[in-house]
Design a protein around this ligand. Sequence first.
Ligand code: MTE
Length: 438
Amino acid sequence: MTRHTESSESAESTDSSESSEPTESEASYDRRRLRQWAAGRARAEGVARRDLLRLVAAAGLASTVPVALSAPRAAAAGPGIVKPLPPEWFIIHGTNAEARFESFADTGYTTPAARFFVRNHTTTPRIDAASWKLNIWGDGLTGRAREFTLADLRRFKPVTRTAFVECAGNARSFFATQQGRAGSGTPWTTGAIGVAHWRGVRLSDVLQKAGLSRRAVDIMPRGLDDEYVTSDGTSYGRVRRPMPVSKALDDVILAYEMNGSPLPPDHGYPVRLLAPSWVGISSIKWLGDIEVSTEPLYSPWNTDFYRLFGDAYPAEGSAPLTRQTIKSAFELPWNADLSAHTRHRLTGRAWSAGGAITRVEVSADGGASWRAARLHDRGQEGSWTRWSFPWKPTRTGPAELLSRATDSAGRTQPATTVHNTQGYLFGAVIRHAVTVSG
Ligand code: MTE
């Protein structure tokens, strides 16, 4: 396995999912990259010039480019993201957009595509579905490489899976705010998750059709978005992350629809991988090719990123991350103002990658006592369960609300999560600050 030592530092500090070391913030990475585009020193593959001009303006680079590029609209999409990102639904973190968890209170079970968080290493490419092809290749096939058009894929039996996509770094900010020790990277609160009905075809069906060898051990799906380039100019190539054949043949799909409509550009149009229960990076968007290998494969996304590093882990890190963890959250703004002596119906969601949610408890006294919340959905591993809890505060002033989920595997959210330097897989109880006013 290759560990990038020097470059992994800078990669870590500029990986827009996982970066905010002082050396270069996501925002400055993004500005530098846009500046390169504006100067014609980088490829803006698949990004319309119109979009590029808007992005350059939005990034505040108007002084380095012609005057016509300035004057961004206040509610313009974030850098490199196509859909509108109204501030009541999204918090922008560099190239990423976090959903405001409290805004899920008025969605149903699934997250509408317009409200779904976006996690982009670079920018959303614009891909022509009519000429798009998926290339499956490698020594793990019994014969030559095979290409599949979208029409070819649609000829396989379709399947629908209801599943979350959740970033491995979701809730990372609580390592800093609750445990006093930050993890590097985007300071997500709880909104780097969404649940959708994903429709597509089984990856196993397509791999069998392509001629999967019994000796194959890994696949490496790769996206068509721009190469991921760090501040020192190192290119990590296109976003790609190996996955064992056992997972690929289990429940992974090649999704072409989200909630009954074609995938939107930001979520992988025309086809993305959907790896239920696994960390979001496994669900490669804008899929271009899949290598099938008889040898284990590596990429920076399973060596430098998406492993656990830190005091509690070996120097080369933990094994590459696979399943997400367990979490629960209130659909309440941070520091929400709640009136005293009123019965409030608090709502939230809980989810686990290791089993169905079987219990959610709420504490309003710092964890001294817990009472069961009411569950509103039948639990399903890799998806969420909505819950509600009546609360009538009596004392005015600052307060904390805690929620704690348990899943069918018997796992309950702990009080703390063991620290790792990149702040992945936070699963501890979140202490949600509110204010009770008289
Ligand atoms: N696939 C490609 N090609 N490029 C990316 O930047 N980001 C990954 C994954 N797939 C990414 C990708 C990460 S880290 C996450 S969490 C999910 O996509 C986010 O999916 P979403 O943007 O549809 O919410």
